[in-house]
Design a protein around this ligand. Structure first.
Ligand code: CP
Length: 338
């Protein structure tokens, strides 16, 4: 069936601000764009449009999915870092938002490492911008990642996820103190789409209380479960999907990120290995937003094994990023097959 949709000018800062029906449309358009990409069908929904990509942190998937995506949609991206912008000399989010709006058609921002800063920064840009602002990961949510994750889970398990169990767990990493926004985004979004969610983390790696509250409320509204455990085994037991990944300590992430790595050393056993996967269901999906800290967060045997869908998950970042840009930045309705 051919449908049309447009969310022109709507910011995509957290999934919480998008209705279930709107997220369904994002997923339908993502699926349509994926098919067209694979079949080499042109889908230039954004001819001559410009998006500004502002990065306060590093990226492989997010940067390249947005850059490749806008090109495939007929537009162009400016890759910007805080260091090359006057942001580094203190230019305000208000002035940045007004000025970039006058040059183009969308602003996307990654600002994820300091709790209390990134989400507020992008909301201030959005307050003054006259074009949509897209969250490419902040301290609270990573809505581009969680949308791709939901798309991947549905591709594998179908659209009816009721009765299925998702384990979102902390895992040990030595590489860097990773943002909290992926687990927070997952626990908020996934109950809305029917998954029972169990979160597990060591005491020191608690998430922002407001995201736990939102997860609980979303689960209640959807009639599904949201539970918290203090060990990986309980979370993994009989899970249909597992997403074990590292994140930093909320209290010290912004000021002493090395403290997160020091405390983490006592939790080296929080690794996703074959023994942990044996606790899950036979066809369980192993997922990770990547980059994965191989040998610490997960063994090669698991991430390269039959349960793993990490490369499909990463690929879906392209199709979902394109859907978000197309639906928020186009001038007229997007026609798509659902
Ligand atoms: N998952 C994710 O956001 O990857 P990047 O940090 O490489 O963008």
């Amino acid at each position: 069936m051919t449908k049309t949709a447009l969310f022109k000018g709507k910011d995509y800062i957290t999934t919480q601000e998008w209705t279930g029906a709107e997220i369904e449309t994002l997923l339908e358009v993502s699926g349509d764009l994926k098919r067209k990409f694979k079949e080499h069908v042109p889908h230039r929904h954004l001819p001559d449009k410009t998006i500004f990509l502002m990065f306060f942190d590093k990226s492989t998937r997010t940067r390249n999915s947005f850059e490749a995506g806008i090109t495939q949609l007929g537009g162009h991206a400016h890759f910007l870092t805080a260091e090359v912008m006057q942001v580094s000399h203190g230019e305000s989010p208000k002035d940045t938002g007004i000025i970039l709006s006058s040059y183009g058609h969308g602003i996307a921002i990654r600002h994820d490492l300091i709790p209390g800063e990134g989400n507020s920064y992008m909301r201030e840009v959005a307050r003054w911008a006259s074009v949509p602002v897209i969250n490419m990961q902040c301290d609270v949510d990573h809505p581009c990642q969680t949308l791709a994750d939901l798309m991947t889970i549905r591709e594998k398990l179908g659209n009816n996820l009721r009765g299925r169990k998702l384990a979102v767990t902390w895992a040990y990493a030595s590489s860097y103190a990773k943002p909290l926004s992926v687990p927070q985004g997952l626990i908020m979004l996934m109950p809305r789409f029917g998954l029972d969610v169990v979160l597990a983390n060591p005491l020191e790696y608690r998430l922002m209380p407001e995201t736990l509250k939102a997860a609980q409320e979303n689960a209640c509204a959807a009639g599904v479960k949201f539970e918290v455990a203090d060990n990986m085994d309980d979370a993994f037991r009989d899970a249909d999907v597992v997403i074990p990944k590292s994140w930093g300590c909320l209290d010290t992430m912004g000021t002493k990120p090395e403290e997160s790595l020091r405390i983490a050393k006592q939790y080296r056993h929080w690794i996703c290995d074959a023994a942990k996967m044996k606790l899950t269901r036979p066809d369980t999906l192993y997922m990770h937003p990547l980059p994965a800290d191989r040998g610490n967060e997960v063994t090669d045997e698991v991430i390269d094994g039959p349960h793993s869908v990490v490369f499909q998950e990463a690929e879906n970042r392209l199709h979902t990023a394109k859907a978000i840009m197309a639906l928020t930045m186009a001038d007229g309705n997007i026609a798509y097959d659902a």
